[in-house]
Design a protein around this ligand. Structure first.
Ligand code: BEZ
Length: 403
């Protein structure tokens, strides 16, 4: 049993540590009745994730989180082995349709897990709808995926762009911020997160002085930082992630603005990035569906297992990968491993209630998580819980009619 990896047209087969053999071994201790399906072919999971570029670490952590959950909970998959195929989508929307088609038509995967970038996810959703391929999105927040493009076979284990940023509007207003500048990359995630923040902030009574943006994945922030200094807002709201977030936070501090104009954002600004950002990130407040120090059994279990397996601190991306696997287990559990009982699998996944490291997660009619959104602050190199910014926040699923 092998994993396949292909990138930029190259298909490169190699054995990885955690093939389906690992799952069988890990499952040996469970005492579930062994259904006939356990003898059938492995379930083929296609990971379409960024393994290179500014979001490379995010993709790797999603992949690691998924495999770790599957390895540690093999019994929940009811004897069904998993086989993995990876494609590096490079966060490039222009090659996304081809990459997705390759997974579906050539590799004949049973399920695709991906991706991080909202623009790439849009192309994946279109192929998934056309081919009725099961898709779990473990990060990309593009609102349409669980809005007008919703479908019974499309799920998200992560968030919508609206969901994580809307609560921040009221938070910043309540903290006395009245005149704000926004800054982001100019693509679906950035635009939608800023719009959601503005919806909440202007409704509360705040004013947005200017929206600043640069093309994804550019990191030449200097001119925009100079503009912020000239506008003198009460605060800044930002969306960047991965390598871009590291550079922005460091450039902001190097310009001295972290001492005079408080920086806020969606949690991606400081999640999975703090080691590289160091003290420059101290005091940044963000909203997200996770905080490092949530003191719950599932979070302690996840953080310990992730550290033990990878030597790294778990973050939101690893959580979303972990929960994508938990969602798959919910579907397979309901059919005792029979993936062909598709309606039952889908119904069980829609009805799933996950005991996630982030808290309890349920799913709305469009397959998007209903979850608490936390206000966090960077202290001591961690995104520490401050308060619940929104309880059981449900994306409005605007335009979703197909389910
Ligand atoms: C997005 O493109 O949807 C996205 C990328 C990184 C972090 C969060 C969202």
């Amino acid at each position: 049993m092998s994993d396949s990896v292909f990138s930029g047209g190259r298909l490169d087969r190699r054995r990885l540590l955690l093939g389906s053999a690992g799952l069988v071994a890990a499952g040996a201790g469970f005492r579930f009745p062994t259904p006939a399906i356990a003898q059938s072919a492995p379930l083929k999971v296609g990971f379409m994730l960024p393994y290179s570029g500014t979001f490379a670490k995010l993709g790797k952590f999603i992949d690691d989180g998924f495999r770790l959950y599957a390895e540690n909970n093999a019994g929940l998959f009811r004897g069904r082995k998993l086989e993995f195929v990876q494609v590096d989508d490079e966060s490039k929307p222009e090659t996304a349709t081809d990459n997705m088609n390759r997974l579906v038509s050539r590799e004949k995967v049973d399920l695709v897990v991906g991706t991080v970038h909202s623009g790439v996810a849009m192309a994946m959703v279109k192929v998934a709808r056309d081919t009725k391929t099961m898709l779990i999105i473990p990060n990309a927040g593009v609102n349409e995926a669980t809005g007008p493009m919703c479908a019974p076979n499309i799920f998200r284990s992560s968030f919508s762009n609206w969901q994580v940023c809307h609560p921040m509007g009221q938070v910043m207003f309540d903290e006395g911020r009245r005149r704000v500048v926004t800054i982001t990359w100019r693509y679906a995630a950035g635009t939608q997160m800023v719009e959601a923040f503005k919806e909440g902030f202007t409704k509360a009574g705040g004013q947005v002085l200017e929206d600043l943006a640069l093309p994804f994945p550019e990191v030449e922030f200097q001119a925009l930082i100079t503009r912020i200094a000239a506008l003198k807002p009460d605060a800044v709201f930002a969306f960047f992630a991965g390598g871009g977030a590291v550079k922005f936070v460091k450039d902001y501090a190097a310009a001295g603005l972290n001492r005079t104009i408080p920086l806020y954002g969606s949690g991606f600004l400081t999640d999975g990035t703090l080691q590289a950002q160091g003290a420059d990130a101290n005091g940044i407040k963000t909203t997200l569906h996770y905080a490092d120090n949530l003191d719950t059994g599932p979070n302690r279990e996840f953080l310990q297992a992730f550290k033990q397996k990878t030597g790294e601190e778990g973050d939101i991306y690893a959580v979303q990968g972990w929960d994508a696997a938990a969602l798959l287990a919910a579907g397979l559990g309901a059919t005792r491993g029979d993936w062909s009982a598709r309606d039952k699998v889908i119904a069980a996944m829609r009805a799933a209630e996950l005991a996630s490291p982030r808290g309890t997660v349920r799913f709305n009619k469009a397959g998007n998580p209903i979850q608490d959104i936390y206000l966090r602050e960077v202290r001591n190199g961690r995104n520490e819980f401050v308060s619940v910014a929104g309880r059981s926040v449900d994306d409005p699923a605007r335009g979703c009619r197909a389910v």
